[in-house]
Design a protein around this ligand. Structure first.
Ligand SMILES: Nc1ncnc2c1ncn2[C@@H]1O[C@H](COP(=O)(O)OP(=O)(O)OP(=O)(O)O)[C@@H](O)[C@H]1O
Length: 301
């Protein structure tokens, strides 16, 4: 049987993918709830695209169980495909069609498409609606990719590096679009190297390294309390930089001021960002290769 009813939009159990001798995904378990925005984070080669492509039905798994909208993606038919939307890393859509023509064509393939003009407006391409795709800039073509991913009104949207090539204003506009899709109940799986984007958009995140999920949790809890503890940094009376991790940075600053009897030099209170926490997690997971890198740096110095 290839259809199972599950509460989760995506359910992954013991997923494994080997390319010859390379194990790209190693015993991965993950649930993504209906309506959730989930960010899959990890360094280059971690296994994100492989996992996502298995979920999209583009790639076959070596072993494990996968259910996407209640269907095994390896057996997903046209009906299932019409319920998912995909924005690939680079679709390379070029050619002679205009933005409107291309979107109308794709919209006609879906049972309940969005209004094409509304989609064009949502991705900020109104002024380019009648322009041929080949004449758009890289960032504008990327917006077309996003438009193609949402025109079919998907229940589940896969976004692979969606804002690569976007200017800062376009990224903000895109974030607004994703929030409105989320408000409509769309489930979203986002892979991104922009940690600020994940922090802005996702409810939960998973960090994958070496094909394994090394942490998963709410976006404001991932990494654990220790990794999130604020850091107070200052220079002591001898000019040496001092650093303390504390849950009470204000009290610590007050005690430093009292001890010095003056305003401390170089005072900073640093709250780790998602990027800091992510880098700590990935560094811990690959301490071996990180050490190799450090050695190289020393040899170069
Ligand atoms: N078609 C393939 N044949 C052989 N090995 C592959 C293939 N695709 C991916 N791999 C290997 O599988 C591992 C995971 O690759 P994957 O593309 O899933 O990583 P990723 O996390 O998406 O990386 P990136 O952030 O660079 O997109 C890597 O070691 C990669 O070299």
């Amino acid at each position: 049987m290839n259809t199972t009813r599950t509460d989760a939009a995506v359910q992954i159990r013991g997923l494994r993918k080997a390319y010859g001798g390379v194990i790209a995904v190693d015993d991965l378990d993950l649930d993504i709830a209906h309506g959730e925005t989930f960010a899959l984070l990890g360094p280059n080669g971690a296994g994100k695209s492989t996992t996502v492509e298995i979920l999209e039905g583009y790639r076959l798994r070596t072993s494990g169980e996968v259910s996407v909208l209640g269907v095994d993606p390896a057996r997903g038919g046209l009906d299932w495909k019409s319920r998912i939307g995909i924005v690939l890393q680079s679709s390379g859509e070029t050619g002679l069609l205009t933005v409107t023509e291309l979107l109308r064509h794709f919209a006609s393939l879906y049972p309940h498409p969005r209004d094409v003009d509304e989609v064009i407006a949502a991705v900020g391409l109104e002024t380019k609606a009648k322009t041929r795709i080949a004449k758009l800039s890289g960032g504008q073509q990327r917006r077309v990719d996003v438009a193609l991913g949402i025109v079919g009104r998907p229940e589940l949207l896969f976004l692979d590096e969606p804002t690569t090539g976007f200017d800062p204003e376009a990224r903000r506009q895109f974030w607004g679009l994703i929030r409105s899709l989320k408000a409509e109940g769309t489930t979203i799986l986002l892979t991104t190297h922009y940690l600020d984007e994940a922090a802005q958009l996702a409810d939960r995140a998973g960090v994958i390294a070496g094909g394994q999920l090394i942490d998963v949790g709410a976006i404001d809890e991932i990494g654990g309390a220790d990794a999130r503890r604020p850091i107070v940094r200052w220079r002591d009376a001898a000019g040496t930089t001092r650093e303390v991790r504390t849950d009470e940075p204000g009290l610590h600053v007050a005690s430093v001021v009292a001890a010095l009897g003056r305003e401390p030099d170089g005072l900073e209170v640093i709250r780790p960002t998602l990027e800091d926490i992510y880098l700590g997690l990935v560094h811990d997971a690959s301490a071996g290769s990180a050490r190799e890198f450090d050695d190289t740096e020393e040899a170069l110095a």
